[in-house]
Design a protein around this ligand. Structure first.
Ligand code: ADP
Ligand code: MG
Length: 687
């Protein structure tokens, strides 16, 4: 039989399966021999150690080698309950064994024969017991005892013993036929074991070191395929050539700023310069916590491009943000001979036409805007730099669409989404990552409090006090309007109530996603100008909005938001020189909610928050990954396997740089990649 047939063969034909079990296995997603091999243990049980009975400790799981010293007795205290008892000894002590509802055992145990018993030890005083131990004769030793056994996730009707047997048979069947998918050079460079060894040792390890070694290889391969798959499905190759820019003196721009760059900002801009001044096309992600000052870094890059006679496009996910960028950038550039225009959905038709014409003629250096920049009739004269702010709102396709508007323009992507670095690397496998890991020095940490409903009056007094000091406040609600189904505060309902009752004396505004964008703009502008004291909103204000005078953020039903989202929302305050506060109203009494609130009140660091969040959800959770449409990982854990992922990143770079995928020794890997992509990357290629 040709080799792929064995691996692709239906699981039905493996010894010990048959129709009925095949149906059960299908519930676990196992249809073929290959599926069962890739159904990895979720844990292991160490049955390798045998001890003397006297050495047994209470609660440990262990094996002993012992013989019967009494007759086996069976009692039936109730219908449906049979109890088998036996006393065994290894010469050092006695051990009482009990089995429930396993009558057949009494026929299996013979006087004068040595057995291995494995189970959980119960010790009370001198008395040692095991309930339902596994039995094996000395000859069988090494099958069900005397070694490390895999523990699989199961489905009703299927036992560990079944699945172990089936896996063992599948391994026997495929044994010699495994074809190595990772070239020897690669395996040697990254200390990766051979494929057959890895599959055998991941299921039935001879020792835990072997298992770790096997797992390393399998995780490496899975992540390697993920990364190469992402690159392929996006059609992005790291080899792309870009424009080579000349260095530019940026001091005229720096002199116009009222602050000094942080060293993180300097470092990141240097990384950008290296990219833009080299032949290679820049594909860079800037990750920086809210308020870390990403915008100015983008502005510097735009300046570099403009002074090299290249145009830039700067996209934001909302009109509010685009306009905000325009307001802060155009005064800087005004006297430096860099022309800036704003183009959004609400730009008047006539002005739009004018801007598009000027852009096409090359008379505009920077076009700031929303998706409107993506419209097909926006043409650039010489587009050299594309920047997208708050990347998580943009799809890969939109990025690609903008890129083709120039001749391989450099690409800069900015995000504050504080996903841990591990996930970043995987999600943006095609991007180099720069991290701004330092906040400007004048930032005071935001004091965060988690409270319950009973604090409402005090909160409103606190808002009033802040407003009396000349500051402004946000109140964020999970819902737009009141709902019969969901018990939570709505922005419309709350704004109405506050205007008429609790905050009658203040100027209260309302903004939410169901409003027309012109209305939203109007409200936002009023808040920016200080014509509103309190802004009641939904999460529309989550991203990027910069109102330094706002110092108080109140979040209703905080338990309903993700931690990263709470952090983003909190980042709307603490952006100026004033001390800022965040108050989380938690309506839930659950332990998890309490812990989540504790995380928020104990740190202002977005990276710590997202890592703790993942921890709370459990290490096996790949929800974050699934949300982004990546294929489900079978063995790798992006959270725990960061070291392996870093090695994979290095390997991918080498593979791309030296164009190794076309090399003969990579053929098996490329084939596997293609097969997997056909199946698993469906979603991504649609993106
Ligand atoms: P984000 O990274 O969240 O996009 P912004 O770029 O909007 O942050 O910057 C937030 C605020 O910090 C802005 O008002 C900006 O002018 C200011 N800022 C940026 N860099 C510095 C710095 N090095 N020192 C002081 N303030 C800075
Ligand atoms: Mg920003």
């Amino acid at each position: 039989m040709p080799q792929e047939d064995i691996f692709g063969m239906s699981i039905k034909y493996v010894k010990g399966v048959g129709e009925a079990r095949a149906r059960l296995l299908s519930k676990l997603g196992i249809y073929s021999v290959n599926d069962v091999l890739n159904f990895f243990p979720r844990d292991y049980q160490d049955r390798s150690v045998l001890k003397k009975i006297t050495e047994l400790a209470d609660g440990e799981e262990c094996g002993v080698r012992a013989s019967l010293v009494s007759n086996v007795t069976e009692s039936r205290p109730r219908r449906n309950l049979s109890i088998i008892k036996a006393l065994v000894s290894d010469g050092t002590a006695f051990l009482s064994l009990t089995w429930f509802n396993q009558s057949y055992i009494k026929n299996n145990l013979k006087n004068g024969v040595e057995y291995i018993f494995f189970g959980k030890v119960k010790r009370s005083g001198m008395r040692l017991e095991m309930n339902n131990p596994v039995i094996e004769t000395a000859e069988q030793f090494g099958k069900n005892t005397g070694r490390i056994l895999p523990v699989y996730s199961l489905t009703k009707g299927l036992t560990q013993t079944h699945l172990r047997k089936i896996t063992e048979n599948a391994l026997k069947l495929t044994g010699e036929r495994f074809e190595e998918t990772l070239p020897q050079d690669l395996r040697e460079s990254y200390n990766l074991s051979q494929i057959r060894y890895s599959y055998e040792e991941i299921h039935f390890p001879q020792s835990f070191q072997h298992m770790v070694q096997a797992r390393r290889r399998l995780v490496f391969e899975e992540l390697l395929i993920l990364q190469l798959g992402l690159l392929k499905s996006k059609g992005i190759s790291l080899e792309q050539k870009g424009n080579k820019l000349k260095p530019v003196d940026i001091s005229p721009l720096l002199n116009k700023l009222s602050f000094k760059l942080t060293s993180a900002q300097k470092r990141v801009f240097e990384e950008i310069c290296n990219d833009m001044q080299s032949e290679k096309k820049m594909n860079r992600l800037i990750q920086g916590d809210v308020g870390s000052g990403k915008t100015i870094v983008a502005v510097l890059a735009i300046y570099l491009a403009a002074k090299n006679k290249y145009q830039s496009a700067f996209m934001a996910p909302t009109e509010i943000l685009a306009e905000q960028h325009y307001r802060s950038i155009s005064p800087l550039f005004g006297e430096l001979g860099v022309s800036v225009r704003l183009l959004t959905g609400s730009t008047k038709k006539k002005e739009k036409e004018e801007i598009k014409a000027l852009t096409k003629e090359g008379k505009i250096d920077v076009l700031i805007g929303t998706h409107a920049i993506l419209e097909d009739d926006t043409e650039f004269f010489k587009l050299g730099l594309v920047i997208t702010d708050e990347q998580h709102r943009f799809g890969v396709r939109q990025r690609a669409k903008l890129s083709v508007k120039g001749e391989n323009p450099d690409l800069l992507v900015m995000t504050a989404t504080p996903i841990p670095r591990t996930l970043t690397l995987a999600l943006y496998g095609d991007l180099d990552v720069s991290i701004i890991d330092e906040l400007p020095p004048d930032r005071k940490p935001i004091d965060t409090y988690a409270v319950n409903e009973s604090y409402r009056d005090r909160i409103y007094n606190f808002i009033r006090k802040n407003v009396a000091d000349g500051r402004q406040a946000y109140i964020v609600c999970p819902l737009v309007e009141d709902s019969d189904e969901i018990e939570a505060e709505s922005a419309e309902g709350l704004a109405e109530r506050l205007k008429n009752n609790e905050l009658k004396d203040l100027r209260v505004g309302l903004i939410h996603g169901k409003m027309k964008s012109s209305e939203k703009e109007k409200v936002m502008r009023a808040f920016v100008k200080g014509q509103l004291d309190v802004l009641v909103s939904t999460t529309v204000i989550e991203v990027g909005v910069n109102v330094p005078n706002a110092t108080l953020m109140v979040i209703e039903n905080a338990e309903r938001f993700g931690l990263s989202q709470l952090h983003q929302l909190r980042g709307r305050v603490g952006r100026g020189k004033y001390k800022s506060y965040c108050i989380l109203i938690n309506q839930s009494k659950s332990d998890v909610s309490r812990k989540r609130m504790e995380i928020m009140t104990s740190t202002n660091d977005g990276f710590v928050i997202s890592e703790k969040d993942l921890e709370l959800r459990g290490p096996g959770d790949v929800f974050g990954v699934r949300q982004h449409g990546l294929p489900e990982l079978k063995i790798a854990n992006l959270y725990r396997d960061i070291d392996i992922l870093n090695d994979v990143q290095k390997a991918v770079k080498q593979i791309i740089d030296y164009n190794l995928l076309s090399d003969d020794q990579y053929r098996p890997l490329v084939k596997k990649l293609d097969d997997i992509m056909k199946e698993k990357f469906k979603e991504i290629s649609l993106n």
